[in-house]
Design a protein around this ligand. Structure first.
Ligand SMILES: [Zn+2]
Length: 308
């Protein structure tokens, strides 16, 4: 049943997102000063006909490729035997609903977050968290959830947390309200279908890019936007030493670190980052544990910095 539901979600998502052209509503992003972003599509003042035509072709090709990708993944899923379902660790069905930690005086808390997975380095990072006694939040892509469902269950079983990061990492600044809402809701549904635990009431937009429309959708859907206060730009440097040094220099109480569990170099950096932070007295918690109940529509950068 779970497989059928997952396939239906994937098909529905593919159909819905195929209608999101990705060119409407190109408003300026609202980003706090000092916040680093991977890349943001910059709206151009003048769009000539040739550019427009090329955009349409590109968008169509992207969606065709996306639907083909999803169809392949559906075919693969269908041809699998059903026996793998029995191999799923049912223990993870237990609720791991977020709880606010009552902080003892002097205790420092930090939330490490991993975007763009689940991927091949998610499990090694999870093993490190388990080994040293920490938790983290994984902002996953809805389109990757079904094929990595065992990892998703392992994340939950370990006590870490799964939240949405859009269906296929499209820049929300290029989408209209309904398409943004679909990206958030389909991803949450795909997560719930595997974990059987309602995802937390927050998400992280791709590239950390948001504007008033994204915030309106967040408010409407009762979700908050989670940004970060420490960005080692691990996707750019791919250098474990630089990633390690950056994090160790800037780690602070109540902070939110952004990293990506799809890079080998990030997993390598974590081999030192996780034990070192714990040694320094940081308790590594999930975003839900750090922030407690979040306010819909609000943007959070850390425990102590947020914006309405
Ligand atoms: Zn991302």
């Amino acid at each position: 049943m779970k497989k059928i539901r997952a396939i239906l979600i994937i098909i529905a998502a593919a159909l819905v997102f195929a209608g999101c052209a990705g060119t409407e509503n190109m408003a300026e992003p609202v980003i706090a000063a000092g916040t680093m972003r991977e890349e943001i599509a910059q709206p151009t003042a003048l769009v000539n006909i040739a550019t427009e035509a090329s955009d349409i072709l590109e968008t169509t090709a992207a969606h065709t490729a996306y639907i083909t990708m999803e169809t392949t993944s559906i075919t693969e899923s269908v041809t699998e035997t059903t026996s793998d379902i029995h191999g799923i660790i049912e223990a993870t069905q237990q609720s791991t609903a977020p709880q606010v930690i009552t902080r003892p005086p002097g205790e420092k808390m930090l939330a490490i977050t991993f975007d763009d997975g689940p991927g091949r380095y998610t499990q090694p990072i999870l093993d490190l968290l388990e080994k040293y006694g920490g938790r983290a939040t994984f902002f996953v892509l809805g389109g990757r959830v079904w094929n990595n469902r065992y990892i998703l269950k392992n994340i939950m079983a370990q006590g870490s947390e799964v939240a949405g990061h859009s269906w296929h990492h499209i820049n929300f600044l290029s989408l209209g309200e309904q398409c943004i809402r679909d990206q958030i809701e389909y991803t949450d549904r795909a997560i719930y279908n595997i974990t059987r635990v309602e995802p937390p009431r927050f998400f992280r937009p791709p590239f950390g890019a948001f504007n008033e429309t994204v915030r309106d959708v967040a408010l409407d859907t009762g979700t908050a936007i989670i940004m970060w206060s420490v960005d080692p730009r691990d996707w750019e440097s791919r250098d474990p030493d630089r990633i390690y040094n950056y994090i160790m220099e800037r780690a602070h109480d109540g902070g939110i670190i952004v990293a990506h569990d799809i890079h080998r170099t990030t997993a390598e950096a974590m081999e030192r980052v996780i034990p070192s932070l714990i040694e320094r007295g940081f308790k590594l918690v999930t975003v839900s544990e750090l922030l407690g109940e979040t306010v819909p529509g609000r943007v959070y950068y850390s425990e102590f910095r947020s914006a309405d």
